[in-house]
Design a protein around this ligand. Structure first.
Ligand code: PLP
Length: 377
């Protein structure tokens, strides 16, 4: 049985060209990129070439890109650094952020005395822009940071990043967007859409796991989270993961070239998936996803509880389908994820996230929808 992978929001398979670029570099005689001799310079060139690819992708300067071990690390560095280095006293975020933002912010009040405000979100995963505007217009003198993700990884709901950027600019607030799910998928131009901080993770766009980057605007440089050597211009100590960095750049180069074709393909797969499910005839509901701004590759569906859907993830897995659950297992009990809770999804229904990529095809969609229909009978 050929397995079907529909969990691309969790991680993506590596492109062959990425594996080739990484293994070529691994077999080469590279030195430490901090060494000034021939071998070190070769590694340095690989890192700097990769930095150019990332900077060009989001239209910023190379001096504003810093490689990290992950987007989790990047988000941690940005949040801590904006408080310890830039005097941020009030952070405005939302309850549907990734845990690497939410869990990080949990300790800020106690540790730094930072005020944290969570915006309201509606059933589609849209933040309350009017509430944000009111908070920003507040006459207090607290320096503010707005931290809102661009694409929600569970729902695919997209932030109106331009609107938030304008609001932050007009009220003098800093703006951080977790852009993990949009880098390599959407056109991003941070010269046009001004923000202070963003990040990316290679494994979300067919690159290797364990390597990411952060964008830090030249006017809002922050202190390093990880200290030690002078790597990454003192912004992130530790010998660079040159193979991962080269793989990240190769994957991003390919994603940029193929972006439009991939996006068209994903759009038609999504449409086919919805058509074949015949949502109007069965008791399957789309959670969120009715927005104009929507990542086409992420579809969260909820199903009525029955014998088969109660164990839906396991049954899909047995049928050869890898997808993702909308629940988190805590102390042996299945709880709704924090995102589904925040958007008010019915806790009595079974939620599953299907996330597509250009690597899926129409036959797979037919097989999956057949399996789903069978579970409802
Ligand atoms: N932010 C979002 C929106 C994500 O989807 C993820 C990964 O699931 C992360 C951050 C964390 O990225 P990484 O795996 O590089 O730590």
């Amino acid at each position: 049985m050929q397995r079907i992978y529909l969990d691309h929001a969790a991680t993506t398979p590596m492109d062959n060209a990425v594996i080739e670029a990484m293994t070529t570099l691994m077999k080469d005689d590279n030195g430490n990129p901090s060494s000034i001799h021939h071998h070190g310079r070769k590694s340095r060139i690989a890192v700097e070439e990769a930095r150019k690819v990332v900077a060009n992708t989001i239209n910023v300067s190379t001096g504003e890109i810093f490689f990290t071990s992950s987007a989790t690390e990047a988000n941690n560095a940005i949040l801590h650094g904006s408080v310890t280095g830039l005097g941020v006293k009030h952070i405005i975020s939302s309850p549907i952020e990734h845990p690497c933002v939410l869990r990080t912010l949990e300790c800020f009040e106690e540790k730094y005395g930072t005020k944290i405000t969570m915006l309201n979100v509606d059933a589609n995963g849209n933040v309350d822009y009017n509430q944000l505007e009111k908070l920003l217009a507040d006459n207090d003198t607290d320096k503010k940071l707005v931290s809102l993700m661009h694409v929600n990884n569970e729902l695919g709901a997209m932030l109106d990043i331009e609107r938030v950027s304008q609001l932050c600019q007009s009220h003098g607030a800093l703006f951080h967007s977790d852009t993990v799910q949009s880098v390599g998928k959407f056109e991003l131009d941070f010269d046009k859409t001004k923000l202070n901080f963003a990040c990316g993770s290679a494994h979300k766009f067919n690159g290797p796991m364990g390597v990411g980057f952060m964008y830090v605007n030249a006017d809002s440089m922050i202190p390093a989270l990880i200290t030690g050597g002078k790597q990454e211009r003192n912004m992130r100590a530790g010998t660079e993961n040159i193979y991962g960095i080269a793989g990240l750049a190769k994957a991003l180069e390919i994603a940029n070239q193929e972006r439009e074709a991939r996006s068209n393909e994903i759009n038609s797969l999504r449409q086919e998936f919805i058509n074949q499910l015949q949502l109007d005839k069965v008791d399957i509901k789309v959670i969120g996803n009715t927005n104009e701004l929507q990542h086409p590759g992420i579809l969260n569906l909820s199903f009525p509880p029955n014998k088969k859907t109660q164990l839906m993830m396991m049954n899909l897995d047995i049928a050869g389908i890898s997808s993702s659950s909308g629940s988190a297992c805590s102390s042996g009990a299945m709880n709704q994820s924090h995102v589904l809770q925040a958007v008010g999804a019915d806790p009595n229904r079974i939620a599953v996230r299907f996330s597509f990529s250009h690597l899926n095809n129409q036959d797979e969609i037919t097989r999956v929808t057949d399996v789903i229909h069978d579970m409802l009978t």
